[in-house]
Design a protein around this ligand. Structure first.
Ligand SMILES: [Zn+2]
Length: 270
């Protein structure tokens, strides 16, 4: 993989798609899935780019080295971010994203037992309806702009991120492999018949940022746990933070700095 990139060209003409792994360097599930798929896959149509994201962080098995690569695809990175290795890598990756019509970016979670889900917006429906991951979450472009999927969506293309489960769970590699295979079929690159899957949709609506340097959760919350109206979520300094309405909670964690992401709230779309 020269500079972390492998391109496979099909026998006949067609779209170009890109699959990313290791945008966070310690999320190895997607990287292991690449090792299984790249040597064996047959691409019938178009061109598929397999790209490793944060090469330096992958080598060190860390999330990132100087800046979170998956926030550097936004319009206005800070001067500090622009000095980072990750910013330079984002510019290299943009070359490949710009050549592609659809993206699948594979992530994994540091939380044991976390379940797989897909992050995308409505424009991805033509592809995600075929992906074998039940939970589909919309709204991240608004709440957490600057990821690879955000970048694709902003250009009128299709950006999909997959959270494939816990980084140390071997099943997360299987989840990544199955979703890659389905993505390639849905995007028209292989001759496998694409099969539709059942999905539930969640719209993320709010992000809570710490107002003090001491945000402590009432208790640990599972991702997508249902929170009742007025349920206690945590203490921000001395302020009790409660749910304004019945919601699902995501990425809840304690924080010791002001302005950090403590949790996201959303709701199931019926
Ligand atoms: Zn990640």
């Amino acid at each position: 993989m020269e500079n972390g990139i492998v391109e496979i060209i099909g026998e006949t003409e067609g779209n170009t798609s890109i699959i990313l792994a290791g945008v966070h360097g310690n999320e190895v599930s997607g990287i292991k899935a690449f090792e299984q798929i790249i040597p064996t896959i047959t691409i019938a149509r178009g061109r598929v780019i397999f790209a490793l994201g944060n090469l330096k962080a992958i080598k060190q098995n860390v999330r990132f080295t100087e800046a979170n690569l998956n926030r550097l695809f936004k319009d206005n990175p800070s001067d500090v971010e622009k000095e980072s290795y990750e910013y330079r890598r984002a510019q290299e990756l943009k070359n490949y994203l710009d050549q592609s019509g659809a993206l699948l970016d594979i992530h994994a979670s540091n939380t044991p037992n976390s379940k797989p889900f897909i992050i995308c917006e409505n424009n991805a429906d033509q592809i995600v309806q075929y992906l074998p991951t039940e939970t589909i979450v919309h709204g991240f472009d608004q709440l957490e702009p600057g990821g690879t999927d955000y970048y694709m969506n902003k250009k009128g293309k299709i950006g999909i991120a997959l959270e494939c489960g816990y980084i140390n769970d071997p099943k997360s590699v299987d989840v990544a492999v199955k979703n890659i295979v389905s993505f390639l079929s849905a995007a028209g690159h292989t001759d496998d018949a694409a099969k539709k899957s059942n999905h539930s949709y969640i719209q993320m609506e709010r992000i809570y940022l710490s107002k003090t340097n001491k945000f402590i959760l009432e208790r640990p919350f599972d991702d997508f746990e249902i929170i009742n109206k007025e349920q206690k979520i945590g203490l921000d300094g001395k302020e009790q933070i409660i749910a304004e309405e019945e919601s699902v909670i995501l990425f809840a964690r304690n924080r010791d700095k002001i302005g950090e992401e403590c949790f996201l709230m959303g709701r199931y779309n019926s």
